[in-house]
Design a protein around this ligand. Structure first.
Ligand code: RB5
Length: 148
């Protein structure tokens, strides 16, 4: 499984910790930056990682900014992306199980490294349940095709 990563300066430390954590578990990781603490604009990095997911080059993506909000909203502007900003493991599991989220976003200034890594594991180790949830996702994506 290939995972696209992206962050801004506010999410650098957690993104680097997630990258190490995923590589230790033998996931294939593509890191779209940023790579330093220099101030940058989160939409630029959300776009790069989300395009990799949207094109099928990556199977899913994980984004980090200060709150997880700006970078998550930005990712959701890319066609085909369902990115959930999550700060707890229950939401991380449920957004895969019910929303089939293909990206999650975390906030380094909100969530510590330990919980952040647990959230990533909870998301990656969950399965989409399909069934009644697929119909709702179809409706969600219909909104996208009608408006974008
Ligand atoms: C950057 O200072 C900060 O605004 C950004 O990381 C994020 O929290 C935005 O949603």
């Amino acid at each position: 499984m290939k995972i696209a990563l992206g962050c801004d300066h506010g999410g650098l430390n957690l993104k680097n910790a997630i990258k190490k954590h995923l590589e230790e578990q033998n996931y294939e990781v593509e890191d779209f930056g940023t790579y330093s603490t220099e101030s940058v604009d989160y939409p630029d990095y959300a776009k790069k990682a989300a395009m990799a997911v949207s094109s099928g080059d990556a199977d899913c993506g994980i984004l980090v900014c200060g709150t997880g909000i700006g970078i998550g909203i930005s990712a959701n502007k890319v066609k085909g992306i369902r990115c959930a900003t999550v700060g707890d493991t229950f939401s991380a599991r449920m957004t895969k199980a019910h929303n089939n989220a293909n990206m999650i976003a975390l906030g380094e200034r909100v969530t510590g490294i330990g919980l952040g890594l647990d959230i990533v594991d909870a998301y990656l180790n969950s399965e989409f349940e399909g069934g009644r949830h697929q119909k709702r996702i179809d409706k969600m994506m219909e909104i996208e095709s009608e408006n974008l």
